[in-house]
Design a protein around this ligand. Structure first.
Ligand code: SAM
Ligand code: SF4
Length: 345
């Protein structure tokens, strides 16, 4: 009994030390957690089949955090050492005031970088505001260069709008990454056309393996390993690019003559949990330690009660709950039941 008590006490003290050492949070495995992804809405203006097909139930707006509640949570997170934010959704730009929110987040002491993931549909008209707010970079999702496939995947004929948003963002001097999810039999052969964007434009193209989250469970994805072999067969000389491209688990390669790099986010066939640096906050204020599992702690009540110390405690506890690894490769063990559109990917 004595040994048991000593072990618990040791773990508690060690976790407190790890949490606060160097003003950065660490989890129980010693991983530094300084990056937070925030879904600011579960609404979207597209209907991607694997993410938000028609008919999906939305949360009532009363359950979605207001922007001032989000700012309050981020202020507390920044005090604990979170310094990089990704604004995502649903589609972040369908929520009015997104640029103003980004401006407020950028002004929080300790926040060094705010980036956004968008489908690009409303990007051009919001670009000026986003740049003025200090947005550091943008990820634009694009699975195909065919208008017919774009419509099949997203429900809308809006490919040209997205392509022109990419050019607009580049012309404005923003860092741009393209996010692509490939599906066998649907858009797998699109990789060739999409990587040429990185040959001709100053942007990175990243391939994200389909994850068994939400509607993604129904759609098999293409393995990045297979994709890499196809790229090597076609281009031969691809070199690993170890320059830092972002905050995430992507592995990059450089093809000679290409302006940008090609990234692989191998959620299923790669194991990147050892360097996981992130927590997520859903639009409804659930702090998620890992994308794969349902476990989360709600910060909504504490934020609504303006109880900052409770907000901090919830964030700290969520960090300590981070599991060693995800289990996307064993579909049956994935416990997350929320839709990607609510979590934000
Ligand atoms: N609406 C924005 C967009 O499309 O970029 C932001 C939110 S969206 C959920 C973020 C990213 O998640 C997109 O690149 C999308 O393709 C990806 N995504 C959605 N469901 C996915 C799944 N099941 N597996 C892998 N990626 C997924
Ligand atoms: Fe909307 Fe993005 Fe999901 Fe497509 S992937 S439905 S654009 S949130």
């Amino acid at each position: 009994m004595k040994e048991w008590y000593a072990a618990v006490l040791w773990m508690f003290c060690w976790s407190r030390f790890l949490e606060t050492e160097g003003a950065k949070m660490r989890d129980l495995l010693g991983r530094t957690v300084d990056y937070m992804r925030i879904s600011i809405t579960d609404r979207c203006n597209l209907r991607c089949r694997y993410c938000m097909p028609d008919g999906i139930a939305l949360r009532p707006m009363s359950e979605i955090l207001t922007f001032s509640e989000m700012v309050r949570v981020v202020r507390q997170a920044a005090e604990l050492g979170i310094c990089k934010l990704k604004i995502t959704g649903g589609e972040p730009l369908v929520r009015k005031g997104c640029a103003e929110l980004i401006g407020k987040l950028k002004n929080i002491s300790g926040i060094e970088q705010v980036t956004m993931t968008t489908n690009g549909i409303l990007l051009k008209e919001n670009l000026e505001g986003l740049l003025a707010a200090g947005l550091d970079a943008v990820n634009i999702s694009l699975d195909t260069l065919s208008e017919e496939k774009f419509e099949w995947i997203t429900g809308f004929r809006k490919l040209d709008t997205v392509l022109s948003a990419i050019d607009g963002a580049l012309e404005a001097g923003l860092k741009v990454k393209i996010n692509t999810v490939l599906q066998p039999g649907i858009n797998e052969e699109e990789w060739e056309g999409l990587i040429l964007l990185a040959r001709d434009k100053r942007l990175d193209v990243r391939f994200i393996e389909m994850m068994p989250i939400g509607c993604g469970r129904k759609y098999p994805g293409l393995s990045n390993k297979e994709l890499f072999e196809m790229i090597k067969e076609r281009y031969g000389n691809v070199e690993r690019d170890d320059r830092i491209h972002g905050n995430g688990p992507a592995v990059y390669v450089q093809i000679p003559g290409f302006a940008g790099s090609i990234g692989f986010i191998s959620a299923i066939h790669g194991r990147f949990c050892g360097s996981c640096n992130r927590i997520r906050m859903t639009a409804a204020g659930d702090i998620k330690p890992c994308l794969c599992y349902q476990d989360s702690l709600s910060v909504r009540k504490a934020a609504r009660d303006k109880n900052d110390s409770e907000v901090r405690e919830i964030i700290r506890r969520a960090v300590l709950m981070k599991p060693e690894k995800h289990c996307f490769e064993e579909n049956k063990n994935v416990t997350e039941l929320r839709k990607m559109v609510e979590i934000g990917g």
